[in-house]
Design a protein around this ligand. Structure first.
Ligand SMILES: Nc1ncnc2c1ncn2[C@@H]1O[C@H](COP(=O)(O)OP(=O)(O)OP(=O)(O)O)[C@@H](O)[C@H]1O
Length: 982
């Protein structure tokens, strides 16, 4: 069917009004004078402006102006009553010109600006006046269209042709042209003419308004019974078809302004990118949870092995007695274990923080056997038979204390969900095993919980650490976008804060780290520092200054020892610090800062008073008859006193924690509800972050607005038992991962070490840090002999010494071979080396070196124990610290003596070849390092061979046999006759 669109145009043209009937004989109406009833407004339609129909001029503008000039409510805003009055006025008064008169603000909207801000239509900014103006124009056009419907003229129109006409590029123009007379029949709002002209030539806008107005007109007709169903009218169907036509859609798409991208309010990144981040988080959480589960399963296996390894007594054996045994799994985890059998539960009580304290005594009131158990040790508790054989299911807990009478031991047992499962221990014979590798269910749960929180809340606006999460899971563009939105600040050119520290003159790299660390807008900072570069010192200063700038700080570390080290450093700063953690696991030196101690101190008076009341009530109770109502009342009062104490305790804990400027705990300890519930921190600092597994770091990170990770990925890594979990990445620390993110944007490096003689530091620098570690000139040439109380001998002047147990012609000195620990630990010891170490330490002390300035280390626990025994034989040596390398990380000593132990024909060096462990061992020394070893075994590792070569070059070498050293003269052996090799 051929289509003649002219009549249609003509039909809708208001300019044709009064020129007589159209070709099709339709009555034409003038614009704005619809014969149809004014449509009632659909309830779903939002009308911002109430205006009388244009045909009815109103004084609304004047009324509105008047209303505007009336004094407003608070803040100049119109009060509710004024708004209501204005509304009433609007309804009652007419409008002078157009729908309304724009405010100065509206009038000042410029079309150019609208285009610039990506909203050329100015949908938002057009303002109610322009929208109203458009609506009125399109209403009158729609009325005409509907009137054609009522007069039956629509049937002749071909919808497809009309759609093509209006949908095509030309048709678009056609529609716009047709609309113009209707639009110009309505007076434009004053001052918005430019905007109105822009809007009334914008096809999608016009069409959109037209469609809505037509709907309203038709609905109104339906309401008045002029048509039966507005949706089935010819005009509506026609319009729908047009709207659905490909041409129309294409036209709309081409002219539609680009949609402003939805943006996440807190981080300024588009929602699509946020979705991508969330997907990354989910993948990460799934992966990490799997690895945690794998690791936990392997830990449980080890635990079971250990429990099964408990030697059982045979029938002829003595009555039950403590069984001491050693276990072996991973060498670095070797620890002696202890067991106490035949214990009875005496009583239980609740300790601070809801700990369930259970008191045990040996059956028959005997003394406890000699035990290596000490407060803080993790234990497993099981029921046992009369021979000490334990049941398979066990409970986990800690040694809380050992009774002073030597007969009792108190354990802190965990109760899950308020269920004190230990009640089943009552009346039974119980055994306690200490096993180092015991799978710690609580730690596992807390790590997993942190991952879940990360997944659920990580990108939520309410999450304080959203900036940190977005930085770690976004790409570099997201990070820069956040900076553009002024939400973060990665400025590296910040002028270092050169305020003089009371304690140290910081070097340039430290000052830079300090400045970056104090930038409140930097979500993440990684301080990567080789040994001795002052990470701990710097963190202490940073915490002090962060508190000065009004921040509260959460400080965590993977181990209790590292946290306690920070507590000690902060104790002298005068800050209000609180150490949270199981009181049994804290070192005595920090007890005064522990939450338990502080709370107990504050409650002392309250407790005394409560105890006095209790005693009085009990006395009263004793005078009462059993079923007396008075007795019941007293019992109630006693219960109430217990509740009062509990309440007071909770209040005090909350008070102490919220008053604290710095809260310290282990990473997993930060999941303690006491910390979680109390506050959100401005700054979270994780010390020794290179030693922590990633999930554990999320526990503190998610509690702060920004975080600082400090550590060294070339020192000890997290200990992982499962090979699969290790390969999956659980052994890679957060610090290591964050260092490589965003081209190193998050990281700052400390480059100057302030601890070691340069001969010691240069080995670490070359071997581990690509030569980037420099020595401060204050320490570069320091030796033991610098101290006025130390005799200057060739030993005390020598920073590096190798005591070789093999003679120059290749024979190993007697007694210097390695031996496997007969107790079955899998650990090694070396008698000859223990002897040489002891003699050497005696030499040093004889020269005037303080025993407390000497640290003896060995990677093997069996050797550590042997060395302790040997040194204990000499009271003069009391104060010399003997420990495994792992437990000495983070600390330092003037002189360090290392016993390498391994000496075998195969050249097996075990985990001595772990460069990170050896890096830690050597770099603990300030002025002197002695390595005692069998060089022919050790040099089988190329890494260790390079260490030996370094010592030969920059230090001294002496071949020694046990007993050849004279620890009494102080010059036990003469200076090597052979010059050191250069
Ligand atoms: N700017 C400085 N001026 C003088 N001494 C400093 C400075 N910075 C650090 N030190 C000293 O250097 C030694 C090492 O510092 P610290 O223990 O903080 O280093 P670290 O990086 O934590 O070492 P590690 O990683 O080996 O544990 C300490 O004795 C400390 O007092």
């Amino acid at each position: 069917m051929s289509i003649d669109l002219l009549p249609c145009r003509f039909l809708f043209s208001p300019s044709a009004a009064g020129r007589g009937p159209s070709r099709r004989g339709i009555t034409l109406l003038s614009a704005g004078a619809s014969p149809l009833p004014t449509p009632s407004r659909s309830p779903v339609r939002r009308r911002r402006v109430r205006a009388a129909p244009p045909s009815v001029p109103t004084n609304q503008a004047a009324a509105r102006t008047r209303t505007r000039t009336r004094p407003g409510g608070e803040n100049g805003k119109p009060s509710r009553r004024q708004r209501r009055r204005r509304k009433e006025g609007d309804e009652g008064e007419g409008e002078e010109r157009g729908g309304c008169v724009p405010s100065m603000e509206e009038a000042s909207i410029r079309v150019g600006t609208l285009y610039q801000n990506g909203d050329p239509l100015g949908r938002k900014e057009l303002g109610r006046c322009v929208v109203e103006w458009l609506r009125q124009g399109m209403q009158s056009m729609a009325a005409k269209f509907a009137s054609a419907e009522l007069h039956g003229d629509m049937a002749d129109l071909d919808a497809a042709a009309l759609a093509q006409e209006w949908g095509s590029a030309d048709g678009r123009l056609g529609f716009v042209i047709q609309a113009q007379p209707y639009m110009s029949a309505i007076p434009m709002p004053k001052g918005l003419e430019a905007l109105c002209l822009k809007a009334c030539t914008h096809y999608p806008t016009l069409f959109d308004h037209f469609q809505r107005e037509l709907r309203d007109v038709l609905q109104s007709c339906q309401n008045q019974g002029l048509i039966s169903d507005w949706r089935s009218t010819q005009s509506w169907k026609l319009l729908k078809e047009m709207a659905n036509s490909a041409q129309h859609r294409e036209a709309v798409r081409r002219t539609a302004p680009p949609r402003p991208r939805a943006v996440h309010g807190s981080i300024g990144v588009s929602l699509n990118k946020v979705k991508l981040m969330q997907r990354r988080i989910e993948q990460y959480v799934t992966h990490m949870s799997d690895l945690l589960r794998i690791e936990r399963d392997v830990e449980l296996e080890f635990t079971q092995e250990e429990l099964n390894a408990t030697p059982m007594l045979d029938d002829d054996s003595e009555p039950p007695k403590p069984v001491e045994y050693l276990v072996s799994h991973v060498q670095s985890q070797q620890e002696q274990c202890d067991t106490i059998c035949n214990l009875n539960v005496i009583s239980s009580s609740t300790g601070l923080g809801g700990l369930h304290l259970v008191l045990f005594r040996i059956e028959g009131g005997h003394k406890l056997p000699p035990t290596t158990l000490s407060p803080g040790d993790m234990v497993c508790v099981r029921t046992c038979n009369s021979r000490g054989e334990g049941a398979t299911s066990c409970m986990q807990g800690f040694v809380y204390n050992l009774g002073e009478d030597g007969c009792s031991i108190t354990l802190a047992l965990e109760s899950r969900h308020g269920d004190p499962t230990f009640s089943r221990l009552f009346g039974k014979s119980v055994r306690i095993d200490r096993i180092q590798g015991l799978a710690d269910a609580l730690t596992y749960e807390r790590n997993l919980e942190a991952l879940m929180i990360l997944q659920r809340n990580g990108l939520q606006k309410s999450n304080a650490s959203i900036g940190v999460v977005a930085t770690l899971f976004g790409d570099i563009k997201d990070v820069l976008k956040m900076e553009q939105c002024n939400l973060t600040d990665w400025d590296e050119s910040i002028t270092p804060d050169r305020r003089i520290s009371e304690r140290y003159a910081f070097d340039a790299s430290q000052l830079r780290a300090l400045s970056l660390g104090l930038n409140k807008k930097r979500p993440v900072l990684v301080i990567q520092g080789p040994p001795g570069t002052g990470k701990t010192v710097l963190l202490t200063e940073l915490i002090v200054r962060a508190v000065q700038q009004g921040e509260n700080v959460l400080v965590t570390a993977p181990s209790n020892a590292a946290v306690d080290n920070m507590v000690e450093r902060l104790s002298s700063t005068g800050l209000n610090i609180v150490r949270v953690g199981n009181p049994a696991r804290l070192s005595p030196s920090v007890a005064s800062k522990s939450l338990a101690e502080i709370v107990n101190g504050r409650l002392e008076q309250f407790r005394k008073e409560l105890e006095r009341k209790r005693t009085d009530l009990r006395k009263d109770l004793s005078y009462c008859i059993e079923d007396d109502s008075l007795a019941a009342g007293i019992r109630q009062l006693l219960k109430q006193l217990g509740r009062d104490l509990e309440k007071k305790e909770k209040e005090t804990i909350r008070e102490v924690l919220s008053d604290a400027q710095v809260v310290l705990s282990t990473n997993t300890g930060a999941a303690d509800p006491l910390i979680r519930r109390t506050c959100c921190f401005d700054l979270v600092i994780i010390e020794e972050a290179g030693q922590a597994i990633e999930p554990s770091c999320w526990i503190p990170i998610l509690q702060g607005k920004r975080c600082i990770l400090a550590g060294d990925h070339c020192q000890l890594a997290p200990v992982i038992l499962s090979r699969k979990a290790l390969d999956g990445g659980l052994g890679k620390s957060f610090l290591e991962r964050a260092t490589s993110l965003h081209n190193g944007l998050l990281t700052t490096k400390l480059t100057v070490q302030h601890r070691m003689n340069d001969s010691i530091a240069s080995w670490a620098s070359k071997e581990m840090y690509h030569g980037s570690l420099k020595s401060s000139h204050f320490v570069a040439s320091q030796t033991l002999a610098d101290s006025p109380i130390v005799k200057a001998t060739w030993i005390t002047r020598c920073p590096l010494l190798l005591l070789d147990t093999r003679m120059p012609y290749g024979a190993l000195n007697t007694g210097c071979g390695e031996q496997i620990d007969l107790a079955g630990t899998g650990s090694f010891y070396n008698d000859g080396e223990a002897d040489i170490v002891t003699q050497h330490v005696l030499n040093l002390v004889h020269c005037g070196v303080s025993p407390t300035a000497i640290a003896v280390q060995s990677p093997y626990i069996a050797q550590v124990q042997l060395l302790r025994e040997r040194l204990e034989e000499y009271p003069r040596l009391s104060g010399v610290e003997v420990s495994t390398i792992d437990s000495f990380q983070g600390r330092e000593a003037d002189a360090v003596v290392i016993s390498m132990v391994r000496s075998n024909p195969l050249g097996a060096v075990g985990f001595l070849g772990d460069s990170r462990r050896m890096n830690v061992a050597i770099t603990r020394a300030r002025r002197h390092v002695t390595v005692v070893c069998d060089t022919s075994t050790i040099c089988h590792s190329t890494f260790l061979a390079r260490l030996l070569r370094h010592i030969r070059r920059y230090g001294q070498v002496k071949h020694v046999a046990p007993g050849s050293l004279d620890g009494i003269s102080g010059l036990g052996f003469s200076q090597p006759t052979l010059p050191s090799i250069s």
